[in-house]
Write a protein that binds this ligand. Structure first.
Ligand code: SAM
Ligand code: FES
Length: 350
């Protein structure tokens, strides 16, 4: 049976939900190696060897939402909150460019303090001072705001749908609805953004069938980028005491996402590296991933952007993360890309 599925992958035939469930259940080391090698081959064919670096700037940990799993949720009173001011964010983006990153990712909780006027100023100021693509990861906003931010120069938007299981989504997100998330992703695409989304693996209550549906959803949404990381339990949340997501399962999801989506950008996520600091990113890059998002947040804020505990890189400076990431990528014989790393799915005018 498994040989038949491997043959299907080899011939680039579509995998259905049942196929994905069987492949997600693989545990035999030799079969896993075959799966990872196949994903790596497809990665090489469709997105080549270059690894794209996106400098991540976590500019505010204030959040109006109360997602059950998230350490920066509104009700976590133990967290020290911070907001970077606009000029400090622009300076950080300039530093990111100096480190060789061709994209900056501006990420925060859902923080209405950054009005659309302020964000427009921010995007225009970054574009005036640094030759970088800008990705926003700021959560749900009205359509009109997304449009203004795109017109101000933002290129891409990242917003995970977290799980395709509607009931589970509603349990985990008291402030948002599954339909609203999906509609937001549709708006972003219509407006012209390159759109990234993704999920967590191992959420409490999630099944293998749910994960198979997630992967089919990535394909259906025709995403330009798909980020998948393990769920990591944070004890200052209502999910305290729950088990972390599994590293091997996350690698299987990355491999199958590559096999199913072919040319989407896929990051080796920080959450995966947190559960496997020694070689989590290298492993991901060898089973389908082609993007890394080094942390560029000024050091004094890093520890406070605590989505989950023991996050890597909180004691390193941006320069150290850059050197570390370059070393890791070269160690597996891959080059670092020198271009913006735009979507390969559609024509992007720059
Ligand atoms: N507020 C924006 C949004 O909702 O898209 C961006 C920031 S949000 C904190 C970034 C991502 O962190 C989420 O999409 C979620 O998948 C991930 N995340 C949050 N808590 C996590 C946890 N406990 N374990 C793993 N990933 C987590
Ligand atoms: Fe804000 Fe999760 S609580 S994104």
């Amino acid at each position: 049976m498994i040989d038949y599925l491997f043959e299907k992958i080899e011939r680039e035939q579509e995998l259905n939900k049942e196929d994905l469930c069987r492949l997600l259940a693989l545990e035999n080391p030799q079969e896993l190696e075959t799966l990872y090698n196949m994903a790596d081959k497809i990665r090489k064919k469709y997105v080549r060897d270059e690894v794209h670096l996106r400098g991540l700037i976590e500019f505010s940990n204030h959040c109006r939402n109360n997602c059950l799993y998230c350490g920066i949720r509104r009700d976590n009173t133990k967290l020290v909150r911070y907001r970077m001011d606009l000029d400090e964010i622009v300076d950080t983006a300039v530093l990111a460019q100096k480190l060789g990153y061709k994209t900056v990712v501006l990420q925060s909780g859902e923080d209405p303090c950054y009005t659309v006027d302020k964000l427009e100023y921010l995007i225009k100021s970054i574009k005036a001072r640094a030759d970088v693509a800008i990705t926003l990861s700021i959560g749900e906003r009205p359509r009109e705001e997304y449009k203004r931010l795109y017109e101000a120069g933002a290129d891409r938007f990242l917003m995970r749908f977290e799980t395709s299981n509607r009931a589970l989504y509603h349990k985990l997100h008291p402030d948002s609805s599954f339909d609203r998330r999906m509609e937001s992703l549709k708006w972003l695409r219509e407006i012209g953004y390159q759109v990234g989304s993704g999920t967590m693996v191992g959420l409490p209550g999630q099944t293998i069938a749910d994960i198979a549906e997630d992967i089919l959803k990535f394909k259906e949404l025709d995403l330009d980028m798909v980020g998948v990381g393990p769920y990591i339990c944070h004890n200052d949340t209502p999910l305290a005491g729950s088990a972390n997501g599994d590293v091997e399962m996350t690698l299987k999801v990355i491999a199958l996402t590559r096999i199913v989506t072919r040319d989407s950008h896929i990051p080796a996520t920080t959450a995966l590296a947190t559960l496997r600091p020694a070689d989590g990113r290298e492993k991901a890059l060898q089973c389908g991933a082609n993007v890394v998002m080094p942390n560029t947040t000024p050091m004094k804020y890093r520890a406070h952007y605590a989505l989950y505990p023991a996050k890597i890189c909180i004691n390193e400076k941006a320069e150290q993360c850059s050197a570390c990431i370059h070393r890791r990528i070269f160690s597996i014989g891959r080059p670092v890309s020198r271009d913006y790393g735009h979507s390969l799915k559609r024509k992007i005018s720059v």
